[in-house]
Design a protein around this ligand. Structure first.
Ligand code: FES
Length: 509
């Protein structure tokens, strides 16, 4: 299948929705709280704080709601894959129970807010299913069910699904939900603005300076002086001494939305590889089925088109899909123990708060993060999830093993990149909208030719820690296989931890 047979890359959530636009920050400002990142974490935190009369300024490097939140599948559930059995075994029953309760409270907040404020955002209760079609995973599903029983989570084992996908075993958690994330967050944003929130788009936070006050310094050298900084930008834009790039890994995943006449009930995700996550959406009286999956380490693996084709084949096999109307991809981070990092960036730095590592369960974890971060800022001492989610936690087992695996993969990619020198196509044979790798005076150079025949060449050495970036044709980006930084074809950063652009080079040098 050729690329032309697929829809162009755009999330379904953008269909017929008008989001407000905001100016770039043009001057230095003072505020109580500076939030960096306009996704579910940033906007919900702003909503909670602005309601309490806190002066909040939110900045986003791009447009708001255009990062991972704008590319989600928007399931609202406490069923976060196979997690509770592992948490009980590795970290104990209390930790597992706390995580479940934290997730449930976050999801209840979403539900109650939608009901109380009468937000029209397609909120629907649905049962959530974990399933496997591989005998090897049947035990794992049964162990997860036993873990649910230990934690008093209402669930049932099943041998069939209400949809046509064959299974060996499934586990259903009733009373979960799905919604339209942008419609919901648009409401929270408007409410926060009515309570004094200021928003600036296309404003890139580069660094944090700490004197009497904390100051965020933007790429244009404007200063946002504040008492607290909230890094809600996915990868913390400021690492301090947290070394987060050694403690998380980035994965990309893919979503397609197929047009259907048969609305699917329930939300589904399998537990084996390759991942297949399923839910329905109705927008403007039209039904779609969302299929997500094909997760892989960012910057590694086959072309994006190949991943979409796999999802499309799955959709056509099991669902009544007339055509694929939308497709998009997203990147998310996983921590060493699978729990998000939410709280002060380091123990000695209470004015810089971070939220990251949601492991693709961003609707729940982003909402949870907003509550935990707001409790720090409001100095509410009674938030019982602080210790559970503290970014400074470290339990030797299994983190040491995972730390080794994450960084061994990074080292392998570092070395591989240095020897993987040239692309298949020579620069003077490049077609429009195509890229290749060449070398010049000992440097590995990435070259992209756009649709107007303009050539853009960059040194492919990632400005974070020196791994070699790879071309992503789907998004026209250079992606780093080590810690997930992404750069556009001109070399500008679109996703950290890198802060500096790729070095532009001239092929004539
Ligand atoms: Fe760390 Fe590229 S993101 S080396």
């Amino acid at each position: 299948m050729k690329e032309q047979s697929l829809s162009s890359a755009e999330p379904l959530w953008r269909k017929n929705i008008e989001l407000p636009q905001f100016d770039k920050l043009q001057q230095s400002v003072k505020t109580d709280v500076c939030i960096v990142g306009g996704g579910i974490t940033g906007i919900t935190t702003a909503y909670l704080l602005a309601k309490e009369g806190v002066k909040v300024t939110l900045i986003d490097a791009d447009n708001i709601l255009n990062g991972t939140t704008g590319h989600t599948t928007a399931k609202i559930t406490e069923q976060h894959g196979l997690v509770y059995d592992e948490l009980i075994k590795n970290l104990g029953k209390e930790v597992a129970l706390n995580y479940y309760q934290a997730a449930k409270e976050a999801n209840d907040f979403i539900k109650n807010t939608i009901q109380q404020q009468d937000i029209s955002c397609g909120y629907e209760e649905q049962d959530a299913y974990l399933y496997t079609n591989d005998y090897y995973y049947v035990d794992k599903i049964e162990n997860e069910f036993n873990a649910y029983n230990k934690l008093n989570i209402n669930a049932e084992l099943v041998d069939t699904l209400p949809i046509q996908i064959p299974i060996k075993k499934g586990l259903v958690m009733p009373g979960q939900a799905q919604f339209h994330p942008l419609k919901y967050l648009h409401f929270l944003l408007r409410d926060a603005i009515n309570n004094g929130l200021e928003v600036y788009e296309h404003t890139v936070a580069m660094e944090v300076e700490r004197n009497k006050h904390t100051t965020v310094i933007t790429k244009d050298d404007h200063r946002i002086t504040c008492n607290y900084v909230v890094s809600a930008s996915h990868f913390p834009f400021h690492d301090s001494e947290g070394l987060y790039f050694t403690r998380m890994y980035a994965e990309r995943s893919y979503v397609i939305a197929g047009k259907t006449d048969t609305k699917v009930k329930g939300m589904y995700i399998n537990v084996e590889s390759a991942t297949r996550s399923v839910r329905s959406v109705t927008i403007d009286n039209e039904d779609y089925i969302l299929i997500a999956g094909e997760n892989h380490r960012a910057g590694q693996g086959k072309s994006s088109i190949g991943h979409y084709e796999e999802l499309q084949a799955f959709a056509k096999t099991y669902f009544d899909v007339s055509h694929i109307a939308y497709r998009w991809s997203a990147q998310d981070l996983t921590t060493l123990d699978k729990l998000p990092y939410i709280g002060p960036i380091t123990d000695g730095d209470p004015s810089i708060l971070i939220a990251t590592g949601y492991r693709k369960w961003g609707m729940t974890n982003g909402t949870l993060a907003a509550h935990v971060l707001a409790s720090y800022i409001m100095k509410h001492e009674n938030n019982r999830y602080r210790e559970l989610l503290s970014p400074s936690r470290f339990k030797a087992d299994p983190m040491v093993k995972k730390l080794f695996t994450v960084n061994a993969n990074t080292a392998k990619e570092f070395i591989k990149g240095k020897f993987n020198f040239t692309g298949d196509t020579k620069v003077d044979e490049l077609n429009q909208d195509e890229a290749t790798i060449t070398h010049n005076k000992g440097s590995r150079i990435g070259v992209y030719k756009d649709k107007q025949d303009n050539i853009y060449s960059v040194d492919t050495t990632c400005t974070h820690l020196g791994c070699e970036v790879n071309w992503n044709q789907e998004d026209r980006t250079w992606d780093c296989p080590c810690h997930g930084s992404r750069f556009n074809y001109t070399g500008e950063v679109i996703e950290g931890p890198a802060k500096q652009p790729l070095k532009k080079v001239s092929l004539d040098d």
